[in-house]
Every structure is written in structure tokens, then in C-alpha cells.
Design a protein. Structure first.
Length: 418
């Protein structure tokens, strides 16, 4: 439940970040539009000043503009001069100056008396204005220009940027939804796989218990006690039964760790564990004509956790060292204290692990390609179990290895302080 809550929180936070990104992007686009509009207004103002200067150089136009406002009821010059030659000349001046400032838009213009307009309440929205005061020596006479397609022009300037930004955000959101959907399916598959393994493991417990009981009954038989050969066989059955039982318990313990459960913790003598685990491989190491050497251990090596599963984790590493060895295995186990951490080093002379695989070996179901060695069986659960157990102690596990030279596994566990 906690894991699901974390995932839901992460999804909500991610969508929150995307929403914030959309808001920032929209705000940035609006600011860009405002800057474009300011730049456009500045260009129009510069154009109007230049137009007034050009008109002031033409006395005929000036006289015509001055005369059109002499009747007291006239407020707009275009009503009196629209069809005259001078009016078309003004239009030509305006057009040439707009082209000079790269303003290629349809426009409407007029020359008005703003004093009379204010009296009778005439308003000219979205018009750009420039006074004729210096030209005509009169106040209130203004040149007004309107661009009906001004908004479309400004939007066109930022349109590509706006559309591409929105499309990019939509694509990111779609990608996130697809990733979440794939993740959900992969998680469901992993859960089903885990449930299958756990169920199968539980099914193994009863047959294993029956094998142990049957072997115990056979061992008590008089025929077995009088035959060294039968004694050896029953001891092998017992050893392999215990080994398989430990593997089953390891898988179940791994599942319990994933679900947040970790019981039966106690103070552990790490030196004693190393000695006991290494001794359990006497028969197996003898069959391979190898050797396990446990160096002198620090007497203060105590940690706190599940003793049984720490033993199995160390056993998994030793078992791998024996299995993945082309020559008689030589395994050295050393332990020492450093910075309140118990360091357990397990070194072997096996086939080694290529550098590109070393980060993957602690993942569930991952098995390193072994080249010509096809007789090594397993499911890729051993080292993932080791990592899970060590983490339950609050420790770390790492590996350093060279292909063909062997490997060194290092387990670091926190020192138990009373």
C-alpha cells in the first residue's frame, strides 16, 4: 500500500510539474506577444514621425489640411479631401514610409481635429496618432492610422513558436501517459511472476519436509547404521534437502523483505557465521579439489539482523564462486573493521565477470552470459537475494572483477554497538 501511495504521489507531482511547465510556457508566449506589440507600436510611432516630416515638406498638402478644418462643423479631413489629389499624395507618403519600416499591412488613415471630437464624443479605438502642431502651428490636428490586421500580424510573429511549444508539451504528456501505462503492465507482470514463484516455493515445503522425515527414519534403520555406503547416501540426501530448504526459505524471505517485513532479528557474530558457512561447503569443495581459506577474524565483528538469512546470503556468494570456476576453486574469506563498518571480502579465482555486466548481476532473474559453460543452472535470484538481505541490515554489497581472473565481493554491514 505504501509503495502504491508513493507511485500515485510521484505521478501527481509529475503532472503538477507538467502543468507548471504549461503555465510558464503560456506566460512566456504572452510576454513575447507583448514585446512584439511594443516593438510594432514603436515602429509605427517612428513611421508617423517620418510621415509628418515628409508632409511638412509639401506646402500644398499643408494648405489643403489647414483649409479643410476652417468650417466649424468639420472634424474629419477625409470627408472633404478624400477624392482630391493631395489626399492620394498623403496616402502615397504613408505607404512608402510603412514599407521603409517593413510594415506590410493594410491600413486606414484620417486627419482629425481631436478638440471637436472630444466635445461630441467621437472615439478612435486602436488608432496610432501623431500631431500636426509643429507643421500647422495649430494644436489638436492629428494624423491617425489604424491597422485592421494588427492582432493577426502579431500572432503570426509568434504563431510558429506558440504552436510548436504546445505540440511539444502535448507530446511530453502523451509520452508520460504511455510510460505510466507500460510501467503499470510491467508491474502487474512482475507481481504475477512473484506470486507464482512464492506459490511454487510454498508447494515445495511439504515435499521437502516429507523427504527430511523419510530420510531420518531411514537413517535410524539398522541396515543403514551398519553400512558406511548407505550412511554416506543418507548424509548426502540430508545435506541436499537442507540446502534446498534454505533456498526455499531464502525466496520466501526475499518476498517478505519486498513487502516490508523483517522479523527474527538478533545480534550476530559475523566471524562465527563465516566459519560455519565455509565449513558447510567441505563436501562440495572436496569434490572439486578446491580450497576455502577463512582468514583470522576480528573478535569484535558483531552486527544486528536475521542470522539465518545472512548465512544464506554469504552461502550464495561462495556457491557461485564454486560453480563459476573453470579450475579447482580457491576462495579466500576475510573480514575487518573500518569506520564502524564490518567488511566481508570473498575472493575467488573463477571465470570473472565482464565490466559491462557487473551493474546487472544484483538484479532479479539476471544471469551473466557464460560463453562455453552451459552446465551451470540457476534462475538469477541468488545475488539479488544477497543484495536484498544486505540492504535489510542497512549495508551495501559490491563487486570488482576481471574477466578470466576472478572476482571479489565486498559486503559492508553496520557494526552493532551496545
Amino acid at each position: 500500500m505504501k509503495q502504491k501511495g508513493k507511485q500515485l504521489t510521484l505521478i501527481i507531482i509529475t503532472f503538477g510539474f507538467l502543468l507548471a511547465l504549461v503555465i510558464i510556457q503560456v506566460n512566456w508566449i504572452l510576454n513575447a506577444a507583448s514585446m512584439q506589440e511594443s516593438q510594432f507600436s514603436h515602429s509605427v510611432d517612428m513611421t508617423l514621425k517620418r510621415i509628418i516630416e515628409n508632409i511638412s515638406e509639401d506646402k500644398q498638402i499643408c494648405e489643403n489640411v489647414d483649409s479643410c478644418f476652417k468650417p466649424t462643423d468639420t472634424t474629419r479631413c477625409c470627408l472633404r479631401t478624400k477624392f482630391k489629389k493631395e489626399w492620394h499624395k498623403v496616402d502615397s507618403i504613408i505607404k512608402s514610409n510603412l514599407e521603409y519600416y517593413n510594415i506590410d499591412l493594410e491600413y486606414e488613415f484620417d486627419i482629425v481635429d481631436s478638440r471637436k471630437d472630444s466635445v461630441i464624443g467621437i472615439v478612435y479605438p486602436y488608432y496610432y496618432t501623431q500631431d500636426f502642431e509643429k507643421v500647422l502651428q495649430k494644436s489638436g490636428i492629428q494624423l491617425k492610422i489604424k491597422f485592421p490586421e494588427r492582432k493577426e500580424f502579431i500572432l503570426a510573429q509568434i504563431g510558429t513558436m506558440f504552436i510548436s511549444s504546445i505540440l511539444l508539451i502535448i507530446l511530453i504528456m502523451i509520452s508520460l501517459i504511455v510510460i505510466i501505462n507500460y510501467y503499470r503492465k510491467e508491474k502487474e507482470l512482475a507481481e504475477k511472476t512473484k506470486d507464482f514463484i512464492n506459490n511454487m516455493t510454498h508447494e515445495f515445503k511439504t515435499p521437502l519436509a516429507n523427504i527430511a522425515l523419510a530420510n531420518k527414519m531411514i537413517s535410524k534403520s539398522g541396515q543403514v547404521s551398519s553400512s558406511e555406503k548407505l550412511k554416506k547416501f543418507t548424509s548426502i540426501i540430508n545435506f541436499e534437502q537442507e540446502k534446498l530448504h534454505d533456498r526455499v526459505e531464502g525466496i520466501l524471505y526475499s518476498a517478505s523483505l519486498e513487502n516490508g517485513a523483517n522479523n527474527e532479528n538478533e545480534v550476530i557474530d559475523v566471524c562465527g557465521i563465516l566459519q560455519k558457512v565455509s565449513k558447510s561447503f567441505d563436501v562440495q569443495i572436496a569434490q572439486t579439489r578446491g580450497n576455502i581459506n577463512v582468514l583470522e577474524c576480528d573478535l569484535q565483528c558483531y552486527t544486528f539482523g536475521n542470522k539465518k538469512h545472512l548465512s544464506l546470503a554469504i552461502s550464495n556468494i561462495i556457491d557461485n564462486a564454486i560453480k563459476y570456476s573453470a579450475n579447482p576453486p580457491e576462495i579466500t574469506i576475510n573480514s575487518f573493521l573500518k569506520n564502524n563498518l564490518i567488511n566481508i571480502m570473498i575472493e575467488d579465482n573463477g571465470i570473472g565477470i565482464a565490466k559491462e555486466y557487473q551493474k546487472e548481476i544484483f538484479e532479479k532473474f539476471y544471469r551473466v552470459p557464460t560463453g562455453d559453460l552451459h552446465n551451470i543452472k540457476g534462475f538469477g535470484l541468488g545475488l539479488s537475494y544477497v543484495k536484498m538481505v544486505v540492504k535489510s541490515f542497512g549495508g551495501e554489497v559490491s563487486v570488482s572483477s576481471l574477466k578470466g581472473k576472478g572476482s571479489i565481493f565486498v559486503i559492508q554491514l553496520p557494526l552493532y554497538l551496545e
